[in-house]
Design a protein around this ligand. Structure first.
Ligand SMILES: [Zn+2]
Length: 90
């Protein structure tokens, strides 16, 4: 366990339908996101619910939603729905 484990603790969860809708709208709104996801992630497994995390960026009130698995790491690739627009691994 690392020292920033509290930061990695999930904030809430969402249904697969909500997650898919949210990610689709973020991809539609951000020019670079579809390419990033295509290059850096593999598709998620089928699941009914997904964890949601709070964005760690200072001043950003966004939440992090699962968008895929990180291509080369055992981690979930998440996208912030807030103002920072960043991606993270969880
Ligand atoms: Zn953010």
């Amino acid at each position: 366990m690392t020292s920033n484990v509290s930061q990695n603790y999930p904030y809430t969860s969402e249904t697969e339908a909500d997650r898919a809708k949210l990610i689709a709208s973020l991809v539609a709104a951000r020019d670079d996101l579809a390419g990033k996801l295509a290059n850096e992630t593999t598709p998620l497994d089928a699941s009914e619910r997904w964890w949601v995390w709070k964005c760690p960026t200072k001043g950003c009130a966004g939440l992090l939603h699962a968008a895929g698995y990180a291509a080369e790491k055992h981690a979930v690739y998440v996208v912030c729905d807030g103002t920072c627009g960043q991606t993270f691994l969880r």
